[in-house]
Unconditional design. Structure first.
Length: 350
């Protein structure tokens, strides 16, 4: 039926950037401080309400302790597309971002001025494709002619396209609808959609009345992995690289805490997401969290002067998106390589 439309132009993205960030800032938690105006001693960090080391860094105020002379602002986002808009509007210094929207961001004649600097997690069972039980659909091929929702330009969108291709379906064989997680839940409850590809916590709510057809863990094992990355703006690289080093050190500490202090991590995630400890524990189990040493290994991000396999993953993602007509053309691997910030790795992890 309907075909996925092309993503909005950079001009339109820029026009919406400040409005998107303004709305996000309004939703910040009470402990967020306002950014200093015009100074270099600030960090504006975009994050998702999604279990990761980011939530531990935020909850335990690790950055405030590491950078007491900086004003730290945490800004909540619902999708990678909105994060990309914010970077275009120069409203962020650091942010979580899925590998698919990152691949989009470094594509085109005017790539977004940011670079990947960390791997937050690898998508596992925490992102999945679910069909409503009353549809009777039990596999991806059964979605032909059905209405499927996903946040466009997200890792879930990328994984959905990969799942459809593997099942022998074209995007024209289904009706794809662009909805954010909360809107997906509402549409699901109304019966407006037959299936959805989305992430936690919305995913868990859909599972109660749905049938899981595939997950990002399965799709990744088949050769199309997705990841939650963290990117840093070119501006912060130029004016405050020491802050990036400190931020990566605390991200490494958060990954270690996920293993060494699982119950403390559960409490932090539960507090940040406003959910029970049991729900936080279940959500954390569905993610794949690397060790800091793995992040900086040849299998993933890599080290200064030697990018890892993430370079290939991002390049392949962009090529896939170009083949699906989601972007005009895929960037070369050399262009993607220039969008990696590896300076300081692995030394800052010690």
């Amino acid at each position: 039926m309907s075909r996925v439309p092309q993503g909005p132009s950079r001009r339109l993205l820029l026009a919406g950037a400040l409005a998107a960030v303004s709305a996000a800032v309004t939703g910040c938690s009470a402990d967020s401080a306002a950014s200093t105006s015009g100074g270099s001693r600030r960090l504006r960090i975009g994050y998702f309400a999604f279990p990761s080391g980011d939530l531990l860094v935020k909850n335990r105020k690790l950055l405030q302790k590491a950078l007491p002379d900086h004003t730290i602002t945490w800004i909540k986002f619902d999708s990678g597309a909105a994060v990309n808009q914010a970077f275009l509007g120069k409203a962020l210094d650091i942010a979580a971002l899925g590998s698919s929207p990152f691949a989009r961001g470094v594509s085109g004649n005017s790539p977004i001025p940011y670079k990947v600097a960390w791997v937050l997690d690898v998508a596992g069972e925490n992102e999945a494709l679910v069909a409503r039980k009353d549809t009777g659909v039990v596999d991806v091929a059964g979605l032909k002619g059905r209405t499927i929702a996903t946040p466009f330009a997200s890792t879930s969108h990328y994984s959905l396209l990969a799942a459809l291709q593997t099942a022998g379906l074209k995007t024209s064989d289904v009706k794809l609808v662009d909805l954010q997680p909360q809107a997906i839940l509402a549409a699901w409850q109304r019966g407006d959609i037959d299936a959805a590809y989305v992430w936690l916590p919305t995913l868990n709510e859909l599972r109660t009345t749905g049938t899981q057809l595939t997950s990002s863990k399965e799709i990744g094992a088949a050769g199309k992995p997705t990841l939650d990355l963290a990117v840093v703006s070119d501006d912060i690289i130029a004016r405050d690289p020491a802050a990036i080093d400190a931020w990566r050190t605390e991200q490494a500490q958060a990954l270690r805490l996920l293993r060494s202090d699982p119950e403390g991590s559960v409490k932090a995630v539960a507090a940040e997401l406003g959910i029970s400890a049991a729900d936080a524990r279940a959500q954390l189990r569905q993610g794949v969290f690397l060790t800091p040493e793995q992040v900086a290994s040849a299998d993933w991000l890599g080290t200064d002067g030697s990018p890892g396999k993430l370079l290939t993953y991002v390049t392949d993602t962009a090529r896939f998106l170009a083949g699906q007509k989601q972007i005009d053309a895929a960037p070369s691997q050399d262009v993607v390589r220039k969008a990696f910030y590896l300076k300081g790795l692995p030394d800052v992890l010690k």
